[in-house]
Design a protein around this ligand. Structure first.
Ligand code: KG4
Ligand code: ZN
Length: 341
């Protein structure tokens, strides 16, 4: 079965063709990062406009590279939640028009489930159940994946996402957007014990996380140093920050897997590319004996192959939608029904 995937939830427009949920025939991504960089973050209206420009040529490129005419596509899968609403609406309406005109089923895909599905592309043997950490620019959550379309939310951030904290710290240091990769590289030669930063706990919710206190502590530390004219040792500051992020995430993911009885852990989302987080997860899973699945860095960020992949499982699970389908800026990954507007 051939699924065409369309993704436009944030600042990447993407299209892909995937066979049977596991084999990527083509995948093309147009990133808008250079356009948003000058503003230090994503400007929603610019994002929507760029999606409008990019989506048609990307569809053509994805079909051509796959060597598949539109007529042979079995279903059109599209990200419908969560994300920037204007950006989502562009991809969704495009997919709707395409599905309607070509007489194909329309399959809504939740962006976080898509991130998790990137691992099915990398690991042919991987099947639910497993525990997943989804860490992106907008969300950080721990979910039980009990079936391809059966999710349960175990913990999530109470405030900022991990990626948001990386982006903010990078901006305050004048190192640009997006910040994750920059901080990751800067931290490579740093001493993670050099600066002491806070770790948060959410009372009575052991698997919930918080990154805003850490973000504020970093901002204060940087501003205080600037006011006093003190030099900060930037690689060590970046490494100390990364360690604090890892300490917030890794023990919780491991403890949740133990408590809920999962023998496999899957990482997903842009922040899953972080080298310190990957190393810390490898270490903690080695000591707990839990099997760990890390997506290749090329599949951590937003792409449409992951959407087509999850789209396959949503479709075979009976998840096609009608033409009244709407987009949602926020919707939990463990939704069981698409809300009516
Ligand atoms: O999943 P994603 O591509 O888009 C969203 O769905 O948000 O995640 C983007 C986020 C950004 O905040 C970016 O700074 C972060 O992922 N990121 C990283 C790394 N690469 C990207 N964070 C930490 N370390 C990295 N190497
Ligand atoms: Zn994403």
């Amino acid at each position: 079965m051939l699924i065409l995937g369309i993704e436009s939830s944030c600042d990447e427009t993407a299209a892909a063709v995937v066979r049977d949920g596991r084999e990527v025939l083509s995948g093309v991504v147009a990133t808008q990062i250079d356009m948003h960089k000058v503003y230090g973050g994503v400007v929603p209206e610019i994002a929507s406009r760029r999606h409008v420009e990019a989506v048609c040529p990307l569809l053509t490129a994805a079909l051509e590279r796959a060597g598949v005419p539109l007529a042979e596509i079995d279903a059109v899968a599209v990200t419908f939640a969560p994300g920037l609403i204007g950006a989502l609406l562009v991809g969704l309406n495009f997919a709707k028009g395409l599905a309607f005109a070509a007489g194909k089923p329309l399959v809504p895909v939740h962006h976080h489930r898509g991130h998790v599905a990137a691992n099915y592309l990398a690991y042919p043997e991987l099947e639910p159940p497993f525990l997943a950490l989804v860490a992106s620019g907008g969300h950080t959550l721990i979910v039980g994946v009990d079936g391809y379309t059966k999710y349960r939310l175990i913990g999530s951030t109470r405030d900022d996402a991990a990626g948001e904290a990386f982006d903010k710290v990078s901006r305050v240091l004048g190192m640009g957007y997006p910040g994750g990769k920059v901080i990751d590289e800067l931290a490579a030669n740093g001493d993670s014990g050099r600066y002491s930063l806070p770790r948060a706990k959410v009372a009575n919710h052991p698997y919930d996380m918080s990154f805003s206190g850490l973000k504020t502590a970093m901002i204060n530390l940087i501003h205080t140093a600037q006011q006093r004219g003190e030099e900060l040792e930037l690689p060590s500051l970046a490494a100390s920050f990364q360690l604090a992020v890892c300490d917030e995430i890794v023990p919780r993911v491991n403890a949740a897997a133990m408590e809920y009885g999962y023998s496999k852990i899957v990482m997903a989302g842009g922040v899953a590319a972080n080298s310190a987080l990957r190393a810390a997860m490898i270490e903690s899973c080695r000591s707990s004996g839990i099997e760990l699945f890390l997506p290749p860095v090329s599949l951590c960020g937003d792409n449409a192959a992951m959407i087509a992949c999850q789209g396959y499982y949503e479709y075979v699970g009976g998840g096609a939608a009608g033409m009244e389908l709407n987009a949602f800026a926020s919707l939990p990954a463990d939704y069981t029904e698409i809300p009516k507007m």
